[in-house]
Design a protein around this ligand. Structure first.
Ligand SMILES: NC(=O)c1ccc[n+]([C@@H]2O[C@H](COP(=O)([O-])OP(=O)(O)OC[C@H]3O[C@@H](n4cnc5c(N)ncnc54)[C@H](OP(=O)(O)O)[C@@H]3O)[C@@H](O)[C@H]2O)c1
Length: 275
């Protein structure tokens, strides 16, 4: 989802991009990673590859750790070999959700799930790149993959009414083309200056609950479906999610001078593009 939008955004800027799918490069294969990075000798490596099945990761933690953790170590070593900046995408799920005000980049982490732990391993590994940028983001939706918006639309199409959606988890939905633009801005700055490296949060504005987000999907789709708020307890899932994962984008705004885009505007664009 993110990788495709990033490739499109970079291509539109006439950047020289080598966009690789899993078929082209298995990031857990150390020899392939090494050969590939030496062959292309990129100035910037952006890692969008990940194990993203949050619930399944509870039963497959070693697979999640291999892709989200160890593979990032391989990329960091390869980046160091060619002097590249490593840009790594991470997640709000590295936090435990106990805070009630936005998470800053240097707040203590405390993942609640196997997926969150694997993403934290990836952050630690990415920091082994001499030049690195870790972009934490949250609640992604984009046209190139399954996501919450599509799940709600599918339920609306099936005629589920009312549609029950959890209202006690809050975060910041993020449209992947907005994230792609933010990553490009941040990578340019980090490539030029060590002061812009490290961990930065990017998420769209503003904070809401999954219930609010689903209500917006129904409204923007012109559906009459009733969206009914329910609690997380009524929807048991294998992986625990943070109750609150609003990411503070203060550092992003300071570095770039740009305010985060609106997820509601992203949603309108999404519904036009993915009709
Ligand atoms: N989705 C969210 O809500 C969310 C929220 C916060 C952060 N993030 C982070 O954002 C990043 C991008 O997520 P996304 O939603 O774009 O994920 P995605 O659509 O699931 O894309 C992940 C890609 O990684 C590929 N991949 C998996 N294992 C690989 C391997 N061993 N070698 C090479 N490629 C491999 C997958 O290929 P296959 O499809 O063939 O397996 C897939 O194309 C991830 O780091 C994720 O943790 C996501």
């Amino acid at each position: 989802m993110v990788g495709t939008d990033l490739r499109d955004a970079l291509t539109a800027r006439d950047e020289h991009v080598v966009a690789l799918t899993r078929r082209d490069l298995d990031v857990t294969d150390s020899r392939s990673v090494d050969l590939c990075v030496r062959e292309h000798a990129p100035s910037v490596i952006i890692n969008c590859a990940a194990y993203t099945k949050v619930d399944q990761a509870e039963a497959e933690e070693s697979a999640a750790n291999a892709i989200n953790g160890s593979a990032v170590e391989l990329l960091a070593n390869a980046a160091n070999a060619v002097g590249a900046l490593l840009v790594h995408v991470s997640s709000d799920f590295v936090f435990d959700g106990a805070k009630t005000s936005p998470y800053e980049a240097d707040d203590p982490t405390g993942p609640l799930s196997a997926y969150g732990r694997s993403k934290l391993l990836g952050e630690i590994a990415a920091a082994h790149a001499e030049r690195h940028l870790i972009v934490r983001t949250s609640w992604l939706f984009g046209v190139h993959g399954p996501n919450f918006v599509e799940a709600i639309r599918n339920q609306i199409r099936k005629g589920t009414n009312p549609l029950r959606v959890v209202s006690d988890q809050r975060g910041r939905p993020t449209y992947t083309p907005h994230l792609a633009a933010a990553i490009i801005r941040l990578a340019e700055l980090a490539d030029d200056s060590p002061g812009a490296q490290g961990i930065v949060h990017y998420a769209d504005a503003a904070e809401c609950s999954w219930f609010d987000f689903a209500t917006a999907v129904a409204e923007e789709s012109g559906a009459a479906t009733e969206i009914r708020p329910v609690s997380t307890d009524e929807f048991p899932r294998p992986a625990r999610r943070p109750a609150y994962s609003g990411l503070s984008t203060a550092r992003y705004e300071e570095l770039t001078g740009v305010a985060p885009a609106s997820w509601r505007e992203g949603l309108r664009e999404y519904l036009t593009v993915r009709s």
